[in-house]
Design a protein around this ligand. Structure first.
Ligand code: G6P
Length: 612
């Protein structure tokens, strides 16, 4: 989704903007632009379609646009095709107001019609141009300052926005407004920053403010003032970002995704250690009490993408260990289907970014109905983290590759920990088993390290399938949930059509798609389902499929059936997703690499989907 960076201070703005935007590339974009102002001189806009490199060349690395105050933007097209014309910044015709925007203005057509009647003309197809011109309209009509003009605009528009604006009459200042789209503000000595996400400004400062919904801010050099929608000044607390700048860099790896795959053991260990000490889970940092745990009747897990796949695993694990009903649902469905929620239900939202529009809306729906919301979130201070009743933070650190790996793995572990604690409190797990499972959880990082050590074998196998057209993933129970994630990894970064099926469903349609050479990846980590899975594999093999089998060490007879076998260490059956997902992440990665694709920035995808 769109990325925003802004700077006002003593240094030249353009290089900072370009560098910051490069750190937001992972969000996905199709065009980019900057506007910079040199003192009182008029602001200069430069835009380019395509990669940031083009914008950088056009501005000579920023040198061609001198000035110490500016804003920049990477655009992920929603209204209007990707083009230079539709790229941000957008401005009023007299350059009185120049702005960049992330989000969607739902009633932009109505606003545009109104402004057309008032004599405004439009040069782009974007909703943002209407937004910018509305700010200009109110600013001039009511002869008010920037904050009042923004406040009037906020009352008039519907939708979501992180908006950064420069006004001709206020050199050296940037104004921002926010509703439902991410934005942080950073501060250092004599310098102020804005950004859609922390990595963009981490090199310059770790001191940030989180701006709330329907709030505004005014940035001058080294100072930031916040306002509510009535234009009154409000106080904000400064937060220190604990991530070090290095964790947002590639650190010698060719792609972030490979670096993040390797970071999984540490990320999981950190997430476990944050809530486990002396052989006991302590959820006091999450803020949920034993009484509240006892009261829960049903859990609704709501999430999108890979986080939803975590939910599918969690459904198996929680129902089995805690014996309460769990329903897992896509946030985009949950939010619009008028779900049946009872007083003692709990809605568990899983989100890496904490900004996914559908997950956020689903959570608000639950809250409006008075249902307790517990969020598993990675990004501190994100919208979901701030609004949920309870937050379980995963400690994955910054995840940059669009395809999630370490955040997914931490989310799984967070779900296991919740399941174990719920089971202990509700008495559905014997103390011995609880202790044993906690000890087993502790071994996962080392087991993942062992799987990663063997990555070259997967690379070899993936390179043979560089021309694969269709891939099918088969599994039962938790293995089916793992297949969902393995299949997503493959299609999102390798552009290979892939689908995951519960193996028992094979005969109800999918098997007709199997022909000579079709790659079928089977996951068999669940002992009690092993034989049934082997039967399903034989069925597809006899129809010409080429088979890869993913199972645990010891099941070497699988080699009688498959063309390629890969093994993971044994673990408690509830935790097997944490290990089995790793070879599948590697498979997607190496296939993408072999095809010469940009592993970290797959086409059309965004890391954080902040619009519906
Ligand atoms: C995007 C990302 C996925 C992610 C999903 C949900 O599609 O590419 O990796 O799983 O959004 O994101 P969230 O931040 O809510 O976990």
């Amino acid at each position: 989704m769109c990325g925003i960076v802004g700077f006002t201070g003593r240094q030249q703005a353009a290089p900072i903007l370009l560098e910051g935007l490069s750190k937001l590339e992972y969000r996905g974009y199709d065009s980019a632009g900057v506007v910079v102002r040199d003192g009182d001189a008029s602001a200069e806009i430069v835009k380019a379609k395509g990669r940031l490199k083009v914008l950088s060349e056009k501005t000579n690395g920023g040198e061609a646009v001198p000035g110490t105050c500016g804003i920049g933007h990477t655009r992920w097209a929603t209204h209007g095709e990707p083009s230079e014309n539709n790229a941000h910044p957008h401005s009023s015709d007299d350059m009185n107001v120049v702005a960049v925007h992330n989000g969607i203005i739902e009633n932009y057509q109505e606003i545009k019609d109104k402004l057309l009647k008032k004599g405004y003309t439009f040069y782009s197809q974007t909703d943002t141009e209407a937004l910018v011109k509305l700010v200009d309209y109110y600013y001039k009509k009511y002869q008010v300052g920037p904050i009042d003009a923004l406040a009037k605009t906020m009352v008039r528009v519907r939708g979501s926005y992180a908006l950064a604006v420069m006004f001709k009459d206020y050199p050296g200042e940037i104004y921002v407004a926010r509703k439902d789209s991410p934005m942080i503000l950073g501060i250092a000595d004599g310098e102020s920053y804005i950004a859609s996400d922390v990595p963009a400004i981490l090199k310059y400062t770790r001191n940030v403010y989180y701006i709330g919904n329907l709030e505004m801010a005014r940035l001058t050099k080294g100072e930031i003032e916040f306002y509510n929608i009535d234009g009154e000044i409000i106080e904000k607390e400064l937060t220190e970002i604990k991530w070090d700048a290095e964790s947002a860099e590639k650190g010698g790896y060719e792609y972030f995704m490979m670096k993040e795959i390797h970071e999984q053991p540490k990320a999981i260990r950190d997430t476990i250690n944050a809530v486990v000490s002396d052989g006991k889970i302590d959820l006091s940092s999450v803020g949920i009490t034993e009484e509240q745990i006892r009261d829960v009747n049903q859990i609704h897990i709501v999430a999108c993408g890979s986080a939803y796949h975590v939910g599918v695993v969690a459904q198996y694990v929680i129902e089995d260990l805690v014996r309460i009903p769990v329903r897992v649902e896509l946030a985009s469905e949950f939010r619009y289907r008028n779900p049946l929620l009872q007083d003692n239900d709990m809605v568990l939202i899983i989100s890496q970014s904490g900004e996914t529009a559908d997950s956020l809306a689903a959570m608000r729906e639950a809250k409006n109905r008075g249902i307790r919301t517990l969020a598993i979130v990675n990004v501190v201070g994100s919208s979901i983290a701030r609004e949920a009743d309870n937050v379980f933070y995963t400690l994955a650190g910054p995840e940059i590759a669009v395809a999630t790996t370490k955040a997914y793995s931490c989310q799984l572990v967070a779900c296991y920990l919740l399941a174990l604690e719920f089971a202990r409190v509700r008495g559905t797990l014997k103390d011995n088993d609880y202790q044993e499972m906690l000890r087993e959880l502790d071994t996962l990082p080392a087991k993942i390290e062992k799987i990663i050590e063997d990555k070259e074998r997967i690379q070899w196998f993936a390179s043979k399938y560089v021309n694969a057209k269709d891939v099918f993933f088969l599994g039962r129970g938790i293995d089916y949930a793992i297949c969902l994630e393995g299949s997503l990894k493959m299609k999102e970064i390798s552009y290979v059509h892939s689908e995951a099926y519960a193996a028992g469903e094979l005969k109800h349609g999918t098997i007709s798609l199997i022909e000579d050479g079709t790659l079928v990846i089977s996951v068999l980590t669940q002992q009690e389902l092993y034989e049934k899975m082997v039967s399903n594999m034989v069925e597809v093999k006899s129809r010409g499929a080429c088979l890869m089998g993913l199972t645990t060490y010891g099941h070497y007879n699988i080699e009688d059936t498959v063309d390629f076998a890969t093994y993971i260490p044994k673990t408690d059956r509830h935790f097997s997703a944490s290990l089995a997902v790793v070879p599948l992440q590697l498979m997607g990665y190496y296939l993408s690499l072999a095809k010469g694709l940009d592993v970290d920035k797959p086409r059309n995808l965004a890391k954080s989907v902040t619009v519906e």
